[in-house]
Design a protein around this ligand. Structure first.
Ligand SMILES: *Cc1c(COP(=O)(O)O)cnc(C)c1O
Length: 437
């Protein structure tokens, strides 16, 4: 039995049930070994009532906060009136409302033309659909993915994922994707788009012509690496030149995380396929879609299906989230303001505690601190937890401390979290300095 004493929890918590009954595959639960019970906005409580500021927020699935009352009220009303919960891909009033709102508030103002594919309710299933469709449309099997990219843990998506920890778990050969260097992978030493273009242009490069390139504009699990808008524009040009589709995996960076609804809104590109999930429902309900330019919508009925494509509760909260937060620019402006503040505070933390080793990185409200190695980042996360904050690490070596607070976090809570982070980074860096001395 593991008794937790050194955390923010007021009393010991008995984890026996989880230890006896739950698989070893648990991950986040190991970093935060208490039993959570309630949550509101950017705050989560464990069963003893201890309060934590949540900078993990469902790994980016809770952009509008835990139990957002606007979304909750809409959902309670829908359930109360006997609204349909499960509908496969049948037409429902809730789905119609979601589609209309998405068209009106998101597609029309951006002059976007996409059809919506409802996939199985996980991000990885939306990615599978995107990759399958690109292969079917082009008749090519290979796909270009990028170093440190993460697209999910089903086999097709994993083939396009960089991380060996995930890849090794597949237990079979992961084929159909070729990894290419992401923006700035080798610093100034290599223009990665020039390299990609050269490989694609040379029939003797050994690179099979791909159906598509799949990319995140900011790599979430890969360590908050940011692709510049110029790089994305050049990638799009290369895709066009070689008759490849451009797939933007906006599952983590989308739904406002970087400051705009799509992370590529101001990038001057027009992806052929876009995947969305995580914060799409807004309420933490499972929901994923694949957006497809109409000319590539070559699916035959039922070719890609899934029992839970019709999660109407998610349609209800997604519609509400889009109508409430994305009807005008006010939410964008709020994210921009908080994102700038987050950037400024992270830079101050880095400057104060270890400019030589630490580096602030990211875009919008998707930012963090590169710590050089996973031990330091892990120690910072642990120390923050002892001070009642939930914050995780990402990157190839888990070396990046990652801030993903709800976009709706209040200024006071944002400061509270950043003060705890400041203290944690200071403590870990001082201990490191003492050990080195
Ligand atoms: C989380 C994530 C996925 C996978 O989503 P799941 O719901 O975990 O399957 C895919 N792509 C990106 C960019 C993600 O962040």
């Amino acid at each position: 039995m593991q008794i937790v004493e050194e955390t923010g929890a007021d009393t010991e918590q008995d984890l026996t049930t989880f230890e006896e009954m739950e698989s070893e595959v648990q991950s986040y639960a190991r970093a935060f070994p208490v039993i959570f019970d309630k949550a509101e906005g950017a705050v989560i409580y464990d069963q003893t009532g201890a309060r934590y500021i949540d900078f993990l927020a469902g790994a980016g699935s809770l952009n509008y906060g835990h139990n957002n009352p606007i979304l909750r009220d809409a959902l309670l009303e829908y359930i109360g009136r006997g609204g349909i919960t499960h509908s496969l891909d049948l037409h429902t009033v809730a789905k119609e409302a979601f589609l209309s709102r998405l068209g009106e508030n998101i597609f029309t103002p951006r002059d976007m033309d996409y059809v919506v594919q409802f996939t199985g309710p996980t991000g990885t299933n939306a990615v599978e659909a995107a990759l399958k469709l690109a292969r079917n449309v082009t008749g090519r099997q290979n796909v270009i993915s990028f170093t440190n990219g993460f697209h999910g843990v089903s086999v097709g998506a994993m083939a396009a994922t960089g991380n060996s920890h995930h890849r090794d778990a597949a237990g079979l050969l992961l084929t159909g994707a070729t990894s290419m260097p992401f923006d700035n992978y080798l610093g100034d030493k290599l223009d990665t788009i020039e390299y990609l273009d050269a490989m694609l242009s040379d029939p003797s490069s050994g690179l099979d012509l791909p159906a598509a390139a799949i990319v995140e504009t900011v790599q979430g699990e890969g360590g908050l690496n940011v692709a510049s808008f110029t790089w994305l524009q050049r990638l799009e040009k290369v895709c066009r030149a070689h008759d490849m589709l451009l797939i933007i995996d906006d599952i983590q960076a989308g739904c406002g995380r970087t400051g705009t609804f799509f992370s590529f809104d101001n990038a001057g590109i027009s992806p052929d396929i876009v995947t969305l999930s995580k914060s799409l429902s807004g309420f933490g309900l499972p929901f994923a879609v694949t957006l497809i330019k109409p000319e590539y919508d070559k699916w035959k009925p039922g070719e890609h299906n899934g029992t839970f494509r019709g999660n109407n509760h998610a349609f209800v909260t997604a519609e509400k989230a889009i109508s409430h937060y994305w009807s005008d620019d006010s939410f964008c402006n709020e994210i921009a303001r908080k994102g700038d503040y987050l950037a400024q505070r992270l830079q101050e933390i880095v400057d104060r505690h270890g400019k030589e080793r630490l580096m602030a990185k990211g875009r919008g409200m998707m930012r963090g601190i590169e710590c050089g190695n996973g031990d330091i980042a892990g120690a910072i996360s642990n120390c923050a937890f002892e001070n009642n904050m939930i914050i995780e690490t990402s990157g190839s070596e888990d070396q990046v401390v990652k801030c993903l607070p709800p976009l709706t976090i209040t200024d006071a809570e944002l400061d509270e979290g950043l003060d705890i982070l400041d203290k944690a980074v200071g403590q870990v860096m001082r201990e490191l300095g003492r050990k080195a001395a």
